[in-house]
Design a binder for this molecule. Structure first.
Ligand code: FRU
Length: 502
């Protein structure tokens, strides 16, 4: 049986009110779950996925997000909304967009992902209206605007781009908009004959859009559909970041190259992975004040990813999904990208432990028990010249009796970093792995952020990042640093307990 587009029964205003009421009823109960994150952003309750509309607007950071405000599972998409003065403490705002119009009201659709721009003081968001008609997917690009940055009106001329060009297909979504030399540009994710693509448009006013061609596309090995494309200038070059479907283990890719605005073509020479973990998807970038480019991503996985089990055990506690810590994106001298946690996170640091020039051998326990916590920041540097250890690692979120533990292990023999969560919590599985760049005598550096149910690991001078979820018991808070098969000199080790941001 084909689903027909849902009938418009509520105005946009009424649909928003109804959504707010649903969240109000459940948020207290959802807020009590001990596995809720303490400094990673989440909705007050129920489902979230992609970050949307990230923007620094009138002195504050705005974060919108894909949201289903009626259950802790994916459903007709709304845009949740929050703002922050420092990227760490977030204030929840009323839900910004709800499905309400013929082009975005649908049981399997809604207000899909998009972006925000400041149009002369008017906060303007472009999103994908998703519906089905006669069993066919219809995705169009739509505009909504706000004068106060909180209440949004959908543009009466919507959709501003009713459907894909001949270069694309019905999968036609996730507009990312920017301004260059007085003209608005938009990149939209699409696909044709199994080839993922980023399509380019331009506009004088965000309302009339002209198709300008294929900005970039897969060479046949880079996925069948490019979700959430993002395009931005960085130190004289351009970066295209996207989330490819059907690219095996790889699910967040960046390309560094040059943009030719005359031909509308982006030519790239460098490719890399934004994150190697199992739960990091759909990163979106924004210019984050102080000349910085910042990205935030959704901390979960889709059912088409090779490692997908389900969306995690928290749904029974009325929430599902969260956002990564904001990371800056910097261009290294060799054309690769570096991703660093924003400095602002340092405000969360509390008790501090520091050692340096300390020999670590098997069976030695260095880290005092009082540092155990479900919220930690760890920075470590190991001297690799003279290292006889075969493996160097951290035991995270350990119950102390071997029942629950997560192992982060660098294997010197294979040069790989593995996040082993087979004993994390009785639910999580798999061993996400990344081959590190570091070689020879170059030190091994790890920068780790642990929050209640997520671990972010930065290494290789911030070129290799790995983000994964785990769901241990609140009491499993043990932390150890260890070696196997030999010893290593710890050049320095810092551990901070972090406080909650809420
Ligand atoms: C990416 C995505 C987008 C889409 C949204 C729907 O995670 O599939 O392509 O707009 O999620 O919620």
């Amino acid at each position: 049986m084909e689903l027909l587009p849902a009938k418009r029964t509520l105005s946009h205003r009424e649909a928003l009110l109804k959504a707010e009421q649903s969240i109000s009823k459940i948020k207290e109960s959802a807020g009590k779950d001990p596995s809720r994150l303490k400094y990673h952003f989440m909705a007050p309750a129920y489902w979230i996925n992609d970050p949307n509309g990230l923007i620094f607007f009138k002195g504050e950071y705005h974060l919108f997000y894909q949201h289903y405000p009626y259950a802790a599972e994916w459903g007709p998409m709304h845009w949740g909304h929050a703002k922050s003065k420092d990227l760490v403490h977030w204030e929840h705002l009323p839900i910004a967009l709800a499905p309400s119009e013929p082009y975005d009201l649908d049981d399997r659709g809604g207000v899909f992902s998009g972006s925000a721009v400041d149009d002369n003081g008017v906060l303007s968001v472009l999103y994908t209206g998703t519906i089905h008609k006669d069993g066919l997917l219809i995705q169009s690009q739509c505009l909504a605007t706000s004068l106060d940055g909180i209440t949004f009106e959908k543009y009466e001329g919507n959709p501003v781009i009713p459907g894909p060009p001949a270069d694309g297909s019905a999968d036609f979504r996730d507009p990312k908009v920017w301004k260059h030399d007085g003209t608005w540009y938009m990149v939209v994710g699409s696909s044709k004959d199994g080839i993922g693509k980023a399509l380019l448009y331009n506009s004088p006013d965000l309302r009339e859009w002209n198709y300008a061609g294929v900005l970039a596309e897969s060479d046949g090995t880079m996925g069948t559909m490019w979700e959430c494309p993002d395009f931005f200038p960085l130190d004289g070059r351009y970066v295209l970041m996207f989330s490819p479907m059907g690219m095996g283990q790889r699910k967040t890719i960046y390309l560094v190259g040059d943009m030719n605005y005359t031909t509308g073509r982006f030519t790239w020479d460098t490719m890399g992975d934004v994150d190697y973990g199992y739960e990091y998807y759909a990163p979106q970038s924004f210019s984050g004040g102080q000349g910085r480019r910042i990205i935030i991503a959704w901390l979960n996985a889709w059912d088409w990813m090779p490692w997908f089990k389900n969306f995690g055990p928290t749904s029974k506690n009325h929430w599902c999904g969260a956002m990564s810590a904001p990371r800056t994106v910097e261009l290294a001298e060799d054309g690769r990208l570096e991703f660093k946690p924003v400095k602002e996170l340092e405000v969360l640091r509390r008790e501090h432990y520091h050692i340096e020039q300390t020999e670590l051998s098997p069976e030695v326990q260095l880290i005092p028990k009082y540092l155990g916590s479900d919220c930690l920041e760890i920075k470590a540097e190991f001297e690799m010249s003279g290292c006889t250890a075969e493996e160097i690692g951290f035991l995270l979120r350990s119950s102390g009796d071997g029942v629950q533990q997560t192992l982060l292990v660098y294997d010197k023999r294979t040069g790989t970093l593995t996040f082993d969560r087979s004993r994390s919590d009785g639910w999580s599985e798999g061993t996400p792995t990344a081959a590190l760049e570091r070689t020879g005598a170059e030190p091994l550096r790890l920068h780790i952020f642990v929050d209640t149910s997520v671990v972010e690991v930065y290494t290789d001078n911030y070129r290799t990042v790995m983000t994964n979820n785990i769901y241990p018991n609140p009491a499993s808070i043990g932390l150890e640093v260890f070696v196997r098969g030999g010893s290593v000199n710890i050049t320095s080790l810092d551990v901070w307990k972090l406080r909650s941001a809420w």
